[in-house]
Design a binder for this molecule. Sequence first.
Ligand SMILES: [Zn+2]
Ligand SMILES: [Zn+2]
Length: 554
Amino acid sequence: METDQTLEVVALGGLGEFGMHMMAFRSGGSIIVVDAGIMFPDEELLGVDIIIPDITYLLENKSEVKAIFLTHGHEDHIGALPFILPYINVPLYGSSFTMALVKNKLEQHGLMGEAQLHTVKEKEQISTGSFTVQFFRVTHSIVDAFALAIKTPAGTIIHTGDFKIDPTPLDGKKFDLHTLAAYGEQGVLALFSDSTNAEHSGYTASERSVNDRFESIFRTSTGRIVLSCFTSSIPRLQLVVDQAKHYGRLISFLGRRMLENTETAAELGFLKIPPGLVIRAKDIRNYPREKLCVVAGGCQGEPMSALSRLALDDHKDFKIDQGDTIVLSARQIPGNERAIGRMMDHFYRRRAEIYYADGSQPPVHVSGHASEEELKLVVSLAKPRYFIPIHGTYRQLHRHAKLVEKTSAAHKIIMAETGDIVRFGPAGAEITGKAPVGRVLIDEGSLEEVAEFVIRDRRHISEDGIILPIIAINKKTGMLEVPPEIVFRGVAFAEEERLLAESKLMLTETISGASVEERGDWTVIKEKIRKDLKKFFYKQTAKRPFILPVILEI
Ligand SMILES: [Zn+2]
Ligand SMILES: [Zn+2]
């Protein structure tokens, strides 16, 4: 660093790609990090559970890293913490709901003993190293979301986190536009702003606007209502709880994370559930269908989720029948469209009615991210010297930059991607180089061995090898056309012959144990194969080869 007034900003993820938000700010010998999120693997990367940013840059400067500041509790902002804290155990700061979700996560990974969790209130300021960070409220699809004003020796940075400007949030806690504007008046060096929804014109609708659709669904449905949304969408879940109460339906939450998050939100007062409204999943069959609302995790068609199981009659507590109503109150994350499409097909085969975000009004889902007009308002209030679009694919960053260009010629726009080092100095700002960045693939192990995971860097893959189970399925009958084949690559097992024979046998069993409909659904059958083989090879060899099922339809 040349002078004390220099600031270096490096995105370790989330710029020019979807998810995995993490950004480092470095000045005067100290580094702070904003968010530590995951990227969800899409169908092409089936074979891993999660993807996290490579933190080599932080490890190389480890003694400088002071703290991690969290904007809100979505997985693409906090999900990487359990995999990063064992390497860099620094204090974590975030809102009360964010920190509650972080606590659950760290407990599951046995990391709470060492963790330093700090809950901050709105407008609170934290000073560490060369930085002072103030949290101020924004509105988003999760409760208790903050933007950050980061005071650095080079000037003030505004980092919006994820946001939309919801003038009628359900909890009444509005976007703190006044604080943003006050910083704008004092002078903002740079604004880093959420680009997720930059391609949408106009304004994003309030969370409240889905209520009209929910109301009509609850009013007209005669069977069970099975609703799915992201498990952290607490405002959305509040609307569901309120409608259920109003229309005399009991609620049952399905799925581990759905249960955990709703419980946490209720404990902290973010989700208000009247006593007696919630029943356990195993009691569902004891109540008439028209008296039930089931809230299930799995809105992205995740193959082992509660919703996916219901779609295939594979849930232990009840089955979907004709007249039941499915509500998919979430957007389809890019890469998941086909899996969700197939899940909807399964529900339609069971003669269920499905409501999803198909563009009809009133909407069954609204975005949590700002559209064009809101984005322009934020930049107009912040009046930054430099504008850097963040959170988005390169196309979204580009669109965001284009519309900011229209607001005023005064903002200098920097188009940075993950890994670019943006240096702010007395002479101005520029991209000066590239930090080491990348994606680290993580295999979370089976449920029986929760705390275990393997970081899939190149070294691990070369040590444990790759296994390709290949099956040929008859498209019409769903039957195996030829016996399954298994190919090992880079695997050195002591008893390779035996393992090959036994794993083939087990593969045949997995496939014959699945229904014809499951065999026709690649997402589901691939995940079943992967799970079973993973368990098998771990038991037999204590290794975790990378398993990539290949399915041929004949
Ligand atoms: Zn996000
Ligand atoms: Zn978010």
